[in-house]
Design a protein around this ligand. Structure first.
Ligand SMILES: [Zn+2]
Length: 415
């Protein structure tokens, strides 16, 4: 539905006027470290309290808490907040979910500035968390603020879900919220997760591949290399196994889906563990892995089954024993349909505000958008970013942060 031009222009202008405020807010929250206990952190409590005070100072007073008990952190709880701006109607509500926690800085030698003290340089803010996921949090929050300051009621409710524990598994964050408040988010609602994106803001992530890590252990018999006939060479068997698995998986699971980049499933031999330290020993054991990213229409078990069938041929031919283990498995959530309301609405906002051609895409896997999709809620992952998540010298492009707020305002105003 076309939206009122004069209102969106006013909202955009208002958002421009917040630029310095948004930068200041980034600086303030970065200084309040929010690391989960897995990272020896104290959790997100202090940061959440600060954000709540900020929200109230904007006039956003409708805040509900869905906190998850956790005795590993000083306050004994991991905060999850839902901030609601009432619309003319309640439903379908528009949601933006962002996480308050970050990963640790990692190797401090690689940081050129203090990760917890934001430095502004050439239009960028440097610091841990400024992009992942504070950019999305700040953009969405200031988009909401613009509605209040312009005295505009959005057509339907707009909610921000600010969660904990995203970097360490989601159980005490978004999973906790959806489990404890099953009616909070409706499958007809619009859900955007601004936690990944590309540089021009054109990528709307709608689907993910399943992730399967397979470990192969090949056992033969270690002997002196001059006497191969009394041993069983695990290195040779592993080499044949690698090639045969590679060929068999690529051949059998060869479907292409242009929504994905790359369009097919991928099967990559990756880690290989050291075997013997010297050249004149025939190895008795080999251990190596495949990283598989599988299109959602394939059953992950059939990939494993194929790997086992291939392993059996190598066992037979080379007289080795082969163990095939699942080292990790994350089955893909159902994809968000490219003509679902959330996709159409986000794409329209991208076209109108950024002026680029939006593209719904699938990726190799692993975003928090999948949590919603597993609950039957179509969600998209979108934002404009260089994607520096978890890297040293993480930065946020200030223009992206401001522009994304305008895109959110457009989505909030649509219906
Ligand atoms: Zn993130």
């Amino acid at each position: 539905m076309p939206i009122a031009k004069d209102i969106i222009e006013r909202l955009k202008k208002r958002i421009d006027s917040y630029r310095d405020d948004m930068v200041e807010f980034q600086k303030e929250i970065t200084a309040i470290v929010a690391l989960g206990p897995e990272y020896k952190g104290q959790g997100e409590w202090k940061r959440a309290r600060f954000i709540m005070e900020k929200l109230k100072s904007f006039g956003l007073a409708d805040i509900s808490e869905y906190n998850a008990p956790d005795d590993r952190v000083p306050e004994g709880t991991r905060p999850n907040l839902v901030v609601r701006l009432s619309g003319k109607k309640q439903k379908p509500a528009v949601w933006v979910m962002a996480h308050m926690d970050t990963v640790p800085p990692g190797d401090m030698q690689q940081w050129e500035t203090d990760p917890f003290e934001v430095v502004e340089k050439e239009g960028k803010l440097y610091g841990r968390g400024v992009e992942d996921n504070q950019q999305g949090l700040v953009s969405a929050l200031y988009a909401l603020r613009a509605f209040l300051d312009e005295g505009q009621k959005p057509p339907t409710d707009v909610c921000l879900m600010l969660v904990s524990d995203e970097e360490t598994g989601n159980a005490l964050g978004v999973e906790h919220v959806l489990k404890n408040a099953p009616d909070l988010v409706d499958p007809r609602d619009i859900v955007i997760v601004p936690d990944s994106g590309n540089q021009d803001g054109s990528m709307v992530e709608v689907a993910e591949k399943s992730i399967l890590w397979i470990e192969f252990v090949v056992r033969g018999k270690q002997v002196h290399a001059s006497m191969p006939h009394v041993g069983i060479n695990a290195a040779r068997a592993a080499a044949y196994l690698t090639v045969r698995v590679d060929e068999a998986l690529k051949k059998r699971f060869d479907k292409q889906d242009p929504v994905f980049d790359p369009p097919g499933s991928t099967f990559e031999p990756t880690k290989r563990e050291a075997n013997v330290p010297n050249v004149n020993t025939i190895p008795g054991e080999e251990r190596f892995c495949f990283d598989c990213r599988i299109l959602p229409d394939y059953d992950v078990d059939s990939v494993l089954k194929t790997a086992r069938e291939v392993a059996a041929t190598v066992e037979e031919e080379f007289k080795v024993e082969v163990e095939v283990n699942t080292a990790a498995l994350m089955k893909a959530a159902p994809a968000t349909s490219v003509d679902s309301p959330v996709v159409l609405r986000v794409m329209e906002a991208i076209r109108e505000v950024i002026g680029v051609k939006p593209k719904p895409m699938g990726i190799g896997g692993g975003t928090v958008g999948a949590v919603f999709r597993r609950h039957g809620i179509p969600a998209v992952v979108w934002s404009t970013m260089d994607d520096l998540a978890h890297q040293p010298n993480e930065y946020c492009v200030i223009d992206n942060m401001v522009q994304d707020a305008k895109v959110f305002a457009h989505v909030f105003l649509n219906e």
